[in-house]
Design a protein around this ligand. Structure first.
Ligand SMILES: [Zn+2]
Length: 400
């Protein structure tokens, strides 16, 4: 199996300059290649004959010869836009100039890494100094770069990708590692409800809290976003404020991944069948609506305010958590099932009748005597749905 190992790089001034040189030239090549393809596409399009749909007769056939292909940078492309619009593609006149410019800018930004697709052109050396590992990446025509090996690399390295992220450089090695051994069978199954007040509520009543540092990091993010909004467009200070926001995002992302890795490892280690709600469906149902005040700023609303967490942080957290559990489940030989989340919080887990409640009602109470936390009730329903889905699949499978 393939496994990725990502490490921070510490290039000195001279090597960093060369890294930028490669990155910029790769970007240029990328853009040129892209425009070449587009030209080829256009050429192809123009040789296609136009047929009158009613009579079936040929209306027009056109050929364009001598297409020129040149290296195009963002500025050039931007300058060419009016000409392109006027002469070649009049339909672009219908789109706002800024929208088109942004498309080009994104194309330019999209390319911030370059990859060595095999073992040529680079070498990684690792020395052990006591407990610590000292890594050096040797890149042909660029030089030596210090690598921070915060965890040991495993397996056989297949590719190396150098990437620029905000203001730091990274290398990601894609390695071929042996398949891990399957875990011994567990005798407990679990249904998991993902939520705003808690990250996860398990059908056995246990809860996984959102980590506290989410909140701290989010405060920092909000503060920095306010600072940014006060800076003048195009100014140095604005660029700096933007970089700081990028840094805050990166920090939240790293902490979240660490935390979710640990939690998903625990879940997969403990349970044999793991049932989640299908997030693609439940996001539409569960997401608290955002409210705006008169001047357009977002106000905290019921459920989100309770957790004090930003929706985007929650969304990314849920998705990543399920994704991590499913990858780990495959390697451990566990079964992961996703079920339709409709009514999982409304149906009574004791007797099956529907008890309507809105998002603010946190307790499930039923005439059958069921008295329990709303999310635990949902988690039990999720587990039950997962089991019936599993047995339905078993019935459908042909008997041998
Ligand atoms: Zn009931």
């Amino acid at each position: 199996m393939q496994k990725a190992f990502k490490y921070r790089l510490y290039p000195n001034k001279a090597t960093e300059k060369k890294l930028y040189f490669v990155l910029n030239h790769c970007r240029e090549l990328y853009n040129a290649a892209l425009s070449e393809r587009k030209d080829a596409y256009q050429l192809h399009q123009r040789t296609v004959v136009h047929v009158n749909p009613e009579t079936g007769g040929v209306v027009a056939a056109m050929m364009v010869a001598n297409q020129r292909v040149k290296t195009i940078t963002y500025t050039q492309q931007q300058n060419d836009l009016p000409e392109i619009k006027h002469e070649l593609r009049p339909e672009y006149e219908e789109i706002a100039a800024h929208v088109l410019q942004d498309v080009l800018r994104r194309l330019d930004k999209a390319f911030n890494s370059f990859t060595y697709p095999d073992g040529a052109g680079w070498k990684l050396t690792v020395e052990s100094q006591g407990k610590k590992l000292k890594g050096t990446l040797h890149l042909t025509k660029i030089g030596e770069i210090k690598v921070k090996l915060h965890r040991p690399i495993e397996g056989k390295i297949k590719t190396a990708t150098i990437k620029r992220e905000v203001d730091q450089w990274y290398v990601t090695f894609s390695c071929e590692v042996p398949e891990p051994e399957k875990l011994p069978i567990a005798y407990e199954d679990v249904g998991i409800d993902l939520g705003v007040t808690h990250l996860a509520t398990l059908s056995n009543g246990e809860k996984i809290e959102h980590p506290r540092y989410y909140r701290r990091a989010q405060k920092m993010l909000e503060r920095r976003q306010q600072t940014l909004s006060r800076k003048k467009k195009g100014s140095h200070r604005r660029e700096r404020a933007k970089r700081l926001i990028g840094k805050a995002h990166r920090k939240i992302c790293k902490q979240r991944r660490d935390f979710l890795h640990k939690q998903s490892k625990k879940i997969v280690g403990r349970y044999q069948v793991i049932v989640f709600e299908d997030l693609q469906v439940s996001n539409l149902v569960k997401r608290p609506k955002t409210k705006q005040d008169e001047d357009g700023t977002y106000l905290p609303n019921g459920a989100a305010a309770k957790g004090g967490l930003n929706k985007s942080i929650l969304d990314a957290g849920w998705g990543t958590f399920v994704a991590m559990c499913s990858i780990k489940a495959v390697y451990a030989g566990r079964t992961l099932i996703k079920v339709n989340p409709h009514y999982t919080s409304q149906v009574c887990s004791g007797c099956g009748q529907v008890k309507k409640k809105d998002l603010s009602e946190r307790w499930h109470s039923c005439e059958c005597g069921a008295e329990l936390d709303r999310d635990i009730n949902a988690a039990i329903n999720i587990l039950r749905l997962g089991r019936s889905q599993q047995s339905a699949m078993a019935v459908e499978a042909p008997c041998l």
